[in-house]
Design a protein around this ligand. Structure first.
Ligand code: PBG
Length: 331
């Protein structure tokens, strides 16, 4: 008998294909990253991310309502504050009336069930564009962690459901857990960016927030390679994830997504907490640029990529495609 196996039987038509489909993507899988701007009625397009905007809180709230109605249950929020609010310690990061804190409150007031996960890292508040405090030309790990604790507690006070440290300092998950608990926020969760690589795929995000490491005349590391991971490494990602779980992370994240799906699978196999994947700004920009040129089909590529990320082991996907994909999936 030839062929012995007729695998094509299970692909005969869409009915049988849907019956045997292994990965089902839904809008519930997504978190939507949002950039917040100061002011009112402000909507600034991000040139390297067509379709993505930096919006003031009022317009952000409007957008969050739409996301909720599409079935999206979580947002990651990032702020762009004025240069006059930046310093080396990032003190604005824990201002109870800061832009982030106001945004958290406004979103939770408008859509109480939406999970709000603010980013915990100093870069939007750092004069140097670094995720940590600079001391003697280097990032001071432990001082930075203490600043992050103040920041996270202020997010919890504002109503955040989760905090999402994206800084890659050592020991921060443990100190954040202790800090949140002792301030009475035992139920505020931690989604740690556990395996975050020093990646060139973050370029458009840094444009959006104007947060790239800057030339200031002061000697600081020129890139983030002393805290974000070397993209040549695999075992290190598992180690980072296990450490964060041990320190109390409720969810661990791998970042970026597409070029790191091997890591996603390995981390998924190594931990028992949910794994999130950040489909980052550069990944978004590449699809949009190629689709604009008519070289790939936007909608089909989006869904294929998001399925691939889920198939690799993602329980949650943070993606700039969330809204578009939710609309496609709801059709
Ligand atoms: C910084 C932060 C970055 C991103 C999320 N948080 C950039 C960086 O590390 O420089 C990138 C996300 C993206 O590219 O979409 N704490």
């Amino acid at each position: 008998m030839f062929p012995i196996h007729r695998n094509r039987r299970l692909r005969t038509n869409e009915s049988i294909r849907s019956l045997v489909r292994e990965t089902i993507l839904t809008p519930n899988d997504f978190m939507f990253p949002m950039f917040i701007a100061e002011g009112n009625n402000v909507e600034v397009p991000i040139p390297s991310m067509p379709g993505i905007y930096r919006r003031s809180i009022d317009l952000t709230v409007k957008e969050v309502k739409e996301l909720w109605n599409l079935g999206i249950k979580a947002v990651n929020i990032y702020v762009k504050v004025g240069d006059h609010l930046k310093d080396n310690e990032g003190k604005e990061a824990w201002n109870p009336d800061g832009l982030m804190q106001q945004a958290i409150k406004a979103i939770k007031d408008a859509v109480p069930e939406m999970i709000v996960m603010p980013d915990v890292a100093l870069d939007p508040y750092s004069v140097y564009g670094h995720d940590g405090i600079i001391k003697n030309g280097d990032i001071a790990n432990d001082e930075t962690v203490e600043a992050l604790v103040k920041m996270a507690v202020s997010h919890a006070e504002a109503g955040a459901d989760f905090v999402a440290p994206s800084d890659m300092m050592d020991g921060r998950v443990l100190r954040l857990r202790e800090g949140l608990d002792s301030a009475g926020y035992q139920n505020v969760g931690i989604m740690s960016y556990a395996a975050k690589y020093a990646s060139s795929f973050y370029g458009p995000f840094r444009d959006a927030l104007d947060s790239a490491p800057k030339e200031t005349g002061v000697v600081v590391p020129k890139d983030k390679k002393t805290y974000q991971m070397d993209y040549a490494n695999r075992t290190e990602a598992i180690r980072e994830a296990l450490h964060d779980v041990e320190e109390g992370a409720d969810i661990v994240m791998v970042k970026p997504g597409l070029a790191y799906l091997d890591i996603v699978r390995e981390v998924k196999n190594a931990v028992t907490v949910p794994v999130a994947v950040y489909n980052v700004s550069g990944e978004y920009a590449m699809v949009k640029a190629a689709a604009e040129k008519g070289w790939i089909e936007n909608d089909k590529v989006i869904l294929e990529q998001l399925h691939s990320i889920k198939r690799a082991g993602a329980d949650i996907i943070s993606t700039y495609f969330a809204k578009e994909a939710a609309i496609l999936l709801n059709k």
